[in-house]
Ligand binder design. Sequence first.
Ligand code: ACO
Length: 323
Amino acid sequence: MTKTYSRITGTGRCNPPKILTNFDLEKIVDTTDEWIRTRSGIEQRHVAEDMTTLDMCEEAAIKAMDAAGVTKDDIDAIFVGTTTPDQIFPNMGCLLQDRLDIHGCMALGMEAACTGFIYALAVADKFIRCGDIKTALVVGGERITNLLDWSDRATAVLFGDGAGAVILQASEEEGIISTHLHADGKYKDLLHYPAGVGKGLSTFQTDEAKIHMTGSEVFKTAVRQLGNVVVETLEANDMTNEDIDWLIPHQANLRIIQATAKKLKMPMERVIQTVQIHGNTSTASVPMALDVAIRDGRIKRGEMLLLEAFGGGFTWGSALVRY
Ligand code: ACO
C-alpha cells in the first residue's frame, strides 16, 4: 500500500498595512530603538488597527487557496490557531468557514499560544495521513497587540499582528515527515494573560487583562526546549543538520533564533528571519515567515524545512517538512 503524506501546496499571509517602528514606540513608552534592536532584533511590526484577527486570517487563507489552486469546495477541514479570536464562540474555524462561504466541513479554533500553528498543522497532518480528509486549510492568526498594556515597556515593544495560512493536501509525494509536540503547564505563570471568562468577567477590568512575562526565564526555557526539540526531530528521522535546507523558527527574539541555529549548527543564511520586520506575531509567526521565503524564491520545491515554535503554557513543537 502506498503511503499518504500531507503536502503544503500553497501558502499566504496578511500583514496589516499600519507599520509601527521602534522610533514610533519611543514616543509611546520609555524605550529606545537601540534597546529593542539589541535585545530582540525587532525593528518594526505591523499593527491591525481596523482589521480583526478574522479579517487577517481570511486574507491569508484566500492567498493560500489561490497559491494552491484549490477552491472552497475542495476544503475538507479548517484549523485556526489563535489566542486572540474575534469571539469566544463560535470558534474561529467556524467564523472563517462562514467568511469563505464553505459549509459542512469540520472547523476548529485551536489555542496553544505561539505554538498554535504547529499544533494545528500536526492535527491536520494526522487527519490527512489516516485518510479521513484530503485537503485542509491551516491558519495561524493573531491580533496580539490587543492583549498588550502599551505602558509596559517589557512587553509592548515585542509583539505585532498578522496571519499566515497553508493548504495541506493528501499526496503520495513526501510532505510533512514528522511533527513533535510538547507542553508543560508547570510554567504557566511565566508567560500568561490571566484574564478569562471562566473566572468571571470582572477580571477583564483588572491588571489581569494584559500579558505578563518573566522575560529572562522565558528566554532560557525557550532556548533549552527549542534546542531539545530540533535535536529530537533530527534523531527521530535519522538525519543531521546537513539534511536541513531551511530552519523556519518562531520569530520571538533574534537571540533565541540564533541560539537554536547554533544548536543545529545552521548558518544564519539558512534561517528564515522575519522578526526584524514583523516582531513577534505569536502563532502567526511561523506561517508568515514560511510564506515570505516561499514567495521571495528562497524556499524551493523539494527542499527540507524544519519549523519550530515555543509559547505560553509552555507549549513547544516542530515539524519536519519536505516542501
Ligand atoms: N526598553 C528599555 N529598557 C527596557 C525595556 C525596554 N523596552 N524593557 C526592559 N528594559 C530594561 C529593564 O527594566 C532592565 O532594566 P534594569 O537592569 O535597570 O532593571 C533592563 O532593560 C534589562 O531587562 P531584562 O529583562 O534583563 O532584559 P533581557 O536582556 O532579558 O531582554 C527580553 C528582555 C527581550 C524580553 C528577553 O528576556 C526576551 O526576549 N525574553 C523572551 C521573550 C520572548 O521571547 N517572549 C515570547 C516567547 S513566547 C511567545 O512568543 C508568546
